[in-house]
Design a protein around this ligand. Structure first.
Ligand code: PEP
Ligand code: MN
Length: 300
């Protein structure tokens, strides 16, 4: 890695890809995030009802998702909006895991909720609005669960990596970074998808990076294009909102795909995911060549 990136991200030394540092693979049940396999996490924005969650779990699994997402504790922009089912939502997620075998990712919003959410979830999601809540990050890290760390909507890449560093410094190496769009002067989309940020993160950190095209776009018709761009930029997986009846979703319906839309997107993404395999292969060859050069230099 170039010297100036080392300096730019000097406050996050342990997350940087350095000489001899392997890429982190985050193991979740039978999954490996950040390795050869591309991992799609999908499900509703919020857990609403048993039927809504179970139907979604089966349909996203059949379309190729490996992790079920769903918020039980919801950080809403308005205090008058639905705030989530809480413990009942966690129980429904655990039941869906039991039924389908999908791993579960769900958000934890407060330090006090960490033990409860960690009891039910396979991956703890730290939301955009919480990215700089360091006491929450510390508590989540110490739970020992893998962490999905979403980029704050006003956070720079350096801010994101600093938060990842807090988790690593608290003894938890299993961090998955997530680009979900940032605030810019553009208002047509909910956020501006920072695909360059994904490309840069893949160059400078050893942590897995996933793309959330749903919160970036804010409009469901843009989600497949942003997913494709995220994969081309080097993402290791996706986080996608899917709902049985998006127009009547209790949160984020505008950006949620229905079952057929999700299945169609997953099929259309297959060639792009296959191309990702090619670039991973090239990266491995390059590493081998570099190792060969280092060895040649060492013996010379
Ligand atoms: C979510 O994943 O539903 C969510 C609230 O995302 P973000 O924190 O990125 O807004
Ligand atoms: Mn949402």
């Amino acid at each position: 890695m170039r010297e100036n990136w080392q300096e730019h991200f000097a406050e996050a030394p342990d997350v940087l890809l350095g000489a001899g540092r392997q890429r982190t693979i985050v193991r979740v049940r039978d999954l490996a995030v950040g390795g050869d396999e591309f991992v799609t996490m999908a499900g509703p924005c919020s857990v609403e009802t048993e039927h809504q969650l179970m139907a979604t779990a089966y349909r996203v699994r059949n379309a190729g998702a490996r992790v079920l997402r769903g918020g039980a504790f919801k950080p809403r922009s308005s205090p008058y909006s639905f705030q989530g089912l809480g413990l009942n939502g966690l129980k429904l997620l655990a039941a869906a895991r039991e039924e389908t075998g999908l791993a579960i990712v769900t958000e934890v919003m407060t330090e006090d909720d960490v033990p409860l959410v960690a009891e039910y979830a396979d991956i703890l999601q730290i939301g955009s609005r919480s990215m700089e809540n360091y006491t929450l990050l510390e508590a989540a890290a110490r739970s020992g669960r893998p962490i999905l760390l979403k980029r704050g909507m006003m956070a720079t890449i350096a801010d994101l990596l600093r938060s990842a560093q807090v988790i690593l410094s608290n003894g938890n190496p299993n961090v998955i970074l997530c680009e979900r769009g940032i605030r810019t002067f553009e208002t047509a989309m909910r956020n501006t998808f920072d695909s360059a940020g994904i490309a840069l993160l893949k160059q400078v950190t050893h942590l897995p990076v996933i793309a959330d095209p749903s919160h970036a776009a804010g409009h469901r018709e843009l989600v497949p294009a942003l997913a494709r761009i995220g994969i081309a930029a080097g993402a290791d997986g996706l986080l996608v909102e899917v709902h049985p009846d998006p127009d009547h979703a209790w949160s984020d319906g505008e950006q949620s795909l229905d079952f057929d839309g999700f299945a169609a997107m997953m099929t259309a993404l297959e060639p792009w995911i296959a191309l990702r395999g090619t670039s991973l292969h090239e990266e491995k060859l390059e590493q081998r060549e570099n190792a060969g050069t280092r060895l040649a230099e060492a013996v010379a």
